[in-house]
Design a protein around this ligand. Sequence first.
Ligand code: ADP
Ligand code: MG
Length: 701
Amino acid sequence: MNPNFLQTPIPYLKGVGPNRADTLKAELGIETYRDLLHLFPNRYLDRTQYYKIAQLQPSGADVQIVGKIIHLKTVEQKRGKRLVATFVDETGQMELVWFRGHKWIRENLKINEPYVVFGRISKYGSTFSMPHPEMELLSEHQQGVKIAMQPIYPSTEKLVAKGITNRVVGKMMQQLFIESKGQFPESLSNSILEELRLISKSEALFNIHFPKNQNLLAKAQFRLKFEELFFVQMQLISKKLLRKQKIKGMPFEAVGEKFTGFFENHLPFQLTKAQKRVIKEIRNDLGSNAQMNRLLQGDVGSGKTIVALMCMLLAIDNGFQACLMAPTEILASQHYTGLKELLGNMDVKIALLTGSTKKSERTLLHNQLENGNLNILVGTHAVLEDKVQFKNLGLAIVDEQHRFGVAQRSKLWHKNEIPPHVLVMTATPIPRTLAMSLYGDLDVSVIDELPPGRKAIKTVHRYDGNRLKVFGFIKDEIQKGRQVYIVYPLIQESEALDYKDLMDGYESIVRDFPQPEYQISIVHGKMKPADKDYEMERFVKGETQIMVATTVIEVGVNVPNASVMIIESAERFGLSQLHQLRGRVGRGAEQSFCILMTGHKLSEEAKTRLQTMVRTNDGFEIAEVDLKLRGPGDLMGTQQSGMLNLKIADIVKDNQILKTARYHALQLLKEDPRLEKEENIPIRKAYSRMMQNKTIWNYIS
Ligand code: ADP
Ligand code: MG
């Protein structure tokens, strides 16, 4: 085969003209033969079976029936018309229905000729109907290629509207296999193929598109999933190796006066074992010649901040500057205040930079950064702006990573001539398999222990009807001197409605908790930062007992005296969000509570989320459930959902394959790091092509 065959632009394929090519590109990103070849079916239908109309069940399944159209009519309905065909076989009659494309269908349908119709069955009254069936004349159907398992390709409304139905995609695929004679270059080595008993690439591609039976389909899927995950791991691992070899880090050899001084005179508590271990791991990295890229995972409240501070002191001891970035202004300013407090009278210059820092202050700050007078900069995304230049940034810490895109992480690298060490801290525990895929290029440290004396938070689920009781409970807690959060959902799509809910809720709370006995703060995204800070401040100082808020307090805020978290419309939050919110309480010595409020209408998934929250406080367990419920894309938040651009593998369901793939990638890179051995040439070719096209990952910096 011509080596460039797969690069052929898709319009060259017989049956694809420029119009279809445009649609394929816009809807599915298909531009070349290779792209089409890698359009894998979502699912398969068993087309060995033919149903009789009398056998049909209202199961919503796709079925295949042989029969004839005996009558066609147009029915007027509220909006537009529908075309209805009466379809019969020897056992009964049903309807075929079209809501679009009437003219074309009317002109092309043949009355009283045997057809094979295929589609999803629904039932209206006593009549079965099949909307927009796939139709083929029985005579043609009998001549066509017989495939037992019918592939169903990813589709969109636009594709169908432009006539690119599943059948048409199937035809294109056939054409592609005819032109290529079904021969495609192998991309794995013989030893891997043999060891794992994988079928060849050509066989796999054939059987993924035209499976002869279930068994071959399973083999094809296994082979292609393995390959996909294998190359992802190759990329991550080699990136990490490369970084360790090539990118010189700035060695922090000295443990100096700042670090020791803090440890001896300012540390307000004993570090937990886990904190000590993590600091040691980080110090090892920093002391070596390589650049650190480490992910620090620790559940909410596990004490990541102090770890961050001690690392920054280490940087200062070695003559470098450090910065700490947080995803929100509130969080950044809380870090700033918190760090200042921890540092006490130590001679460390620290400043805050956010979107609302005044221009005059900003200019001053920029100067101090550039001439090295400032040791630590705390801030939001504002830190990433090009204007912000350091004299010698040695360590960059990113808190609550899931709010930051990977692109932003890489921007940090360019803040210094030699890239600074990077520590990414996240409170969203990431299941191991996912961490392997998302952060395979990072080293990982885990704080798996909470500071002593914490009482497990008690979590309950209450229906809205019990609100008065819940309010009574809040009053008791406030009586005892505690503070309370009441959180409302804020989902972007229904922002206006959500604000209405929030304000309605706020008013009813104000009625039930009248001044002057009760003081209430409110914080939401539409407020000016200064007003938010003011309200936050009042709550932090204990001047108000109730904080009504949208999810802006989701991450990081630390008010140890707050012991009750009420989450309104809890069914609308995702698990990791619920867990984050709950983590706002339980930070002091008192027993804390989390109350999940909902109405009675709950989806099964929402019930699972609520039950999980009630059952456990373990962030890792929650993350596992979350991953199963939502899949990996969502788990990381919208910013990163595009990251795992997998075509066939699913890192939740296929995590066994993932482990195998990682193992083999590690093995290979150990034995033949440059892929020079004869037998690894297929891998090298496939890999370098992927790196050129960035087909696996287009985000890696
Ligand atoms: P997170 O990991 O969620 O960022 P923080 O760093 O905000 O957690 O710490 C949560 C609380 O626990 C803070 O009030 C902090 O002062 C306290 N803390 C952290 N480490 C310890 C420790 N070893 N012993 C006692 N309290 C600690
Ligand atoms: Mg934190």
